[in-house]
Design a protein around this ligand. Structure first.
Ligand SMILES: Nc1nc2[nH]cnc2c(=O)[nH]1
Length: 445
């Protein structure tokens, strides 16, 4: 086993991998609660039941899609990268596709399935790997740093430290609020552990914050430890396949095409950015290239296809994997640990439920610190690369979308490079992406 996962070459061991896998799981576990709440449109009152997915079935689909994604990534691609249904696309699925477009959730699931299948085709033809390797190093670093800012922003919001403000869009929240206080406490504890170089500092930070939250009544005590009565998957299982056989006509329209393309587009670049960011942080990149990229991409698309069949929006590589890497994970074994924990989580629903986003927020904030360090590798004195790198990074949190940041930066890159007389350094694929991203803004946003 140690040999298969290359522990010796990677300088790792079982303890580091298990703590890393557990840390990533804890940082991601919120999705087991948030995804079903989002896809059932819990926050929208007065909807006909037919427009809502079934909560229990989506919970099961979320856990199983995450488990399959993590296991395939760990065993096939051997990266410490965990997967689950992404926050970037579940909101799009629920609020844009179902609510705004009025597309039935059954058809939306078919859209996710199609985008996953197209992904597999692109991966098998090698096109995805070629594209990822054509992106200049500076933009890859900027994508990693931008995702870091984005994830910190999400963490600060989850903690209610940063809140919305009608005059300035965002502002400082009420720091005496119990959620903010618990997150600040967790952050201080985690920072102390990290500065002292304690292995698994992020994990122990989450653990201590959860216990302190329970003592002060901010985190609920679990009602039970294990619940063996699993929810039924029948309401969503296989439903994505139904329109293909029963109502193919409903798929033959521009709106459905736009939905599939958006799922495909966002997952493609989010995954590329996330894989590179996590591999970079773990020191697993070789000559600015991602080894075994096609296997990692295949794992990602297999997870999306499985998730669509189970009944969830796009399953994607999670940036929270960086918290496990920060805790020491280096090999695919950590992803296997996270996958097994997702499998077991279906029985531990009562315990999981108490881990609130305020408890996991410090992990997200610290992950941002780690990811932004990639900026040190960019030569800021070269204005032609500084501009697209900066725009990629800053528009991710501000546009609240990884895809937006990538699109804006990649539109500026060929422009600034050409004007600087460095057109020869631009890979032809980057011109193709320039056109695709312009079309993206014209037709999809
Ligand atoms: N990369 C990435 N990480 C996430 N973590 C939570 N949601 C997401 C997502 O949509 N993409």
């Amino acid at each position: 086993m140690k040999k298969y996962f290359q522990f010796e070459e990677l300088g790792t061991n079982y303890r580091r991998e298990i703590i890393g896998g557990l840390t990533t799981f804890l940082a991601m576990a919120y999705i087991l609660v948030v995804n079903p709440l989002t896809l059932t449109l819990e926050s929208v009152p007065d909807l006909p039941d037919s427009m809502r997915m079934d909560y229990g079935a989506v919970f099961m689909a979320t856990a199983l899609a995450a488990a399959i994604g993590c296991l395939v990534m760990g065993i096939l691609a051997k990266y410490p990268i965990a997967l689950a249904p992404g926050m970037g696309l579940n909101a799009f699925f629920a609020y844009t596709v179902i609510l705004t477009y009025g597309i039935p959730w059954q058809t939306a699931l078919t859209g996710v399935l199609f985008s996953g299948l197209i992904f597999i085709l692109l991966t098998l033809t090698g096109l995805r790997e070629t594209i990822i390797n054509a992106i200049p190093a500076e933009l890859k670093y900027a994508v990693g740093a931008g995702i870091g800012l984005y994830i910190t922003f999400i963490g600060l919001q989850n903690a209610e430290i940063i809140v919305d403000n009608p005059a300035t869009l965002v502002g400082l929240g009420d720091l005496s609020n119990s959620s903010a206080l618990l997150a600040i406490f967790g952050l201080v504890v985690t920072v102390i552990f990290m500065v002292r170089g304690i292995q698994g500092g992020i994990f122990f930070g989450i653990l201590i914050a959860a216990v302190v939250g329970m003592i002060f009544g901010v985190v609920n005590l679990p009602s039970a430890v294990i619940d063996l009565s699993l929810p039924s998957m029948a309401p969503t299982f296989g439903v994505a396949l139904e329109p293909i056989f029963n109502d193919f006509g409903s798929l033959m329209n521009i709106q459905f095409l736009v939905v599939v393309l958006t799922f495909l587009f966002v997952d493609f670049f989010d995954t590329a950015g996330t894989l590179v960011a996590v591999a970079n942080q773990a020191g697993l990149m070789k000559d600015n290239k991602l080894p075994r990229a096609s296997k990692a991409l295949l794992a990602d698309s297999i997870a999306t296809v499985s998730g669509a069949i189970f009944g969830t929006s796009t399953t994607t590589s999670y940036i929270e994997s960086t918290s496990g890497v920060a805790a020491g994970a280096r090999s695919g074994f950590a992803a296997v640990v996270t996958g097994i924990l997702f499998l077991l989580s279906i029985f531990f629903y009562p315990v999981l439920e108490v881990i609130t986003s305020a408890v996991t927020a410090p992990a997200l904030i610290i992950v941002g610190v780690l990811m932004v360090s990639a900026l040190g590798k960019i030569d800021w004195s070269r204005f032609e690369i500084a501009v697209p790198a900066f725009l990629t990074m800053i528009t991710m949190p501000l546009g609240y979308s990884i895809a937006t940041g990538i699109a804006i930066g990649f539109i500026f890159y060929p422009i600034t490079m050409l004007v600087a007389g460095k057109g020869k350094q631009i890979h032809p694929i980057m011109y193709g992406l320039f056109v695709i991203f312009i079309l993206y803004f014209i037709f999809l946003v």
